[in-house]
Design a protein around this ligand. Structure first.
Ligand SMILES: Cc1cc2nc3c(=O)[nH]c(=O)nc-3n(C[C@H](O)[C@H](O)[C@H](O)COP(=O)(O)O)c2cc1C
Length: 163
């Protein structure tokens, strides 16, 4: 069962988490805590993959880490699991967090729920990537995504922000 609200107006809630450099959760706001079903105590100190949904292609997380480790922001659609067994879809924007000395100390993710129409498009793409990964490993998934973007003539970020 999905937790999305119906149709395009998904509301103004930003679901926020912060992590250290190894993606252990250091902060979660009340909206994130409410939707994921874990308590704050259960989340803090856990690896962020605690909310990973098995439908998420590995290639997308590989791309996420490549972008973050190159100093770029990451924009992407993510299906997250809920403790009770449900799920929800978000558009996530992850940025690095710096201390006052300018040293990178972790990451910060802002997410918003997305509409059913977007979910359909991205779910379709992710299931194709997943099929490729199941047959040919993660590189087959990455190749599929790259070919898909090349055919459309757009970059990854252009595609994400266009749907
Ligand atoms: C700030 C931040 C937020 C993240 N948020 C999520 C998230 O909401 N859901 C998720 O599955 N992974 C999220 N990740 C990525 C996870 O750290 C992890 O790479 C992913 O769940 C895949 O885990 P696995 O490779 O152990 O299967 C986030 C990472 C960072 C740095």
């Amino acid at each position: 069962m999905g937790l999305q609200e119906k149709d395009t107006d998904i509301g103004d809630k930003f679901l926020v988490t912060k992590t250290d450099l190894d993606s252990y959760i250091t902060y979660a706001n009340s909206y994130f805590i409410d939707i994921c079903g874990y308590s704050e105590q259960e989340l803090i100190g856990k690896s962020h993959n605690v909310v990973r949904h098995p439908d998420m292609p590995k290639s997308i997380f590989k791309f996420l880490w490549k972008e973050l480790q190159s100093g770029n922001d990451f924009w992407g659609y993510v299906k997250n699991s809920v403790k009770s067994g449900g799920h929800y879809w978000v558009l996530a924007h992850i940025i690095p967090n710096f201390n006052s000395a300018g040293t990178k100390i972790g990451y910060h993710s802002n997410r918003r729920l997305i509409s059913d129409n977007k979910i359909q498009q991205i779910d379709d793409l992710y299931s194709k990537i997943r099929n490729q990964e199941n047959q040919g490993g993660i590189s087959a998934g990455e190749d599929f995504l790259q070919n898909f973007l090349t055919e459309k003539g757009v970059s990854y970020n252009e595609y994400i922000l266009s749907i």
